[in-house]
Design a protein around this ligand. Structure first.
Ligand code: AMP
Ligand code: MG
Length: 339
């Protein structure tokens, strides 16, 4: 199969929407990362996503809608708090887990009775949902386990010859996947995956916002994962990633002691002039927002450079930093060096 790179012209979006409507899967831009899109109600189309990615069948897909009216078509028992959150944060990088309706097949929800729903703000994604007339199931458009794609080129790298088309919408605005939340009760939000919508953003809607333990730690074997994605290896380049926490001085000392031939340090832009490291380095931004935007594309480009080891200077765990830290923690297979 030849993978066609489509533009965001109306004519090309009509082609992409037609592919989705006819049961094919297409790479699409969103404001978080690129997604692999299929008609969420079509089990055969959704199966193609799992096959293309090599995704475990029990890891559910997020369903994307273009209008709040669609929410009640795919979910029920929707608490008032969900509406408040949708009003405040949709369209945007936030996924809400709700009880699913039967129109969403088990293959889409990974066998769960719930479905994660999101209304993306990316104009191209929004148009594609409307033009296709479908709710769109879309996980990140990478091979399972590999860093998420934040450009059409990344999608082509992973999916060339496997999917019929990718829509080019430029670099993803945010660069990390959506915040995923569920409800413990009418007043309590549980963050299952951190993203651009932070705990303090959510605290504006309710005073009880729990950060699930599995965001900062490997899921304990005696606990059922509240989000199946927590069980799996994620965001890992071919290179071995180590996350190092400590002062800048301690970080440099660690790097200089442990760096081998194909080792790269991955550091903050703002630290470049104040540090003394003897190995090759790359930077991934200074603010958490920049780091989120760059992290996946940096991990991918270091693989292309043939890095064997990447020693990352740990990001902040505050605000959007928590999303960056969570992705890097998983890239590193929870290998954190605290100095
Ligand atoms: P991705 O498709 O790569 O953006 O990953 C989607 C994430 O959302 C995975 O970690 C899933 O486990 C999680 N997720 C999707 N639907 C649900 C759901 N119904 N309940 C809990 N977590 C979900
Ligand atoms: Mg993913």
């Amino acid at each position: 199969m030849e993978t066609v790179l489509l533009s965001s012209s109306d004519a090309d979006l009509i082609k992409a929407a037609e592919l989705i409507r006819s049961g094919e899967i297409v790479g699409i831009p969103t404001e978080t990362v690129y997604g692999l899109a299929a008609d969420a109600r079509n089990p055969d189309a959704v199966m193609k996503i799992f096959k293309a990615k090599g995704r475990p069948a029990d890891n559910p897909l997020i369903v994307h809608i273009a209008d709040i009216i669609e929410l009640e078509q795919i979910a029920h028992n929707i608490p008032d708090l969900a509406y408040k959150i949708a009003e405040k944060f949709w369209p945007g990088p936030l996924t809400i887990v709700l009880d699913k309706n039967d129109v969403i097949p088990d293959v889409t929800s990974g066998g769960l009775n719930t479905v994660g729903v999101r209304m993306p703000s990316n104009v191209i994604a929004n148009k594609l949902i409307k033009l296709s007339g479908c709710q769109i199931a879309a996980p990140s458009a990478n091979k399972s386990g590999y860093p998420s794609p934040t450009s059409a080129e990344h999608v082509i790298n992973d999916m060339n010859g496997i999917i019929p088309a990718v829509v080019n919408g430029g670099d993803s605005l945010y660069g990390v996947e959506s915040t995923v939340i569920s409800f413990d009760d009418d007043k309590t939000i549980r963050i299952l995956r951190p993203g651009f919508i932070t705990r303090s953003d959510l605290l504006e809607v309710t005073e009880n916002v729990i950060i699930d333990d599995a965001i900062l730690h490997d899921i304990s074997p005696d606990r059922e994962a509240p989000s199946p994605g927590m069980k799996y290896k994620h965001y890992s380049p071919k290179a071995n990633v180590v996350l190092v926490e400590g002062t800048l001085e301690e970080y440099c000392r660690y790097v200089n002691k442990h760096a081998g031939n194909n080792t790269y340090a991955l550091i903050y832009d703002c630290d470049v002039d104040n540090m003394d490291i003897t190995c090759q380095y790359e930077t991934y931004g200074s603010s958490s927002r920049e780091q989120a935007h760059n992290i996946f594309s940096k991990l991918r480009s270091l693989d292309e450079k043939g890095a064997d080891n990447i020693i990352v200077r740990s990001p902040s765990k505050e605000g959007v930093g928590l999303a960056v830290y969570n992705r890097l923690l998983r890239s590193a297979g929870f290998e954190v060096i605290s100095l």
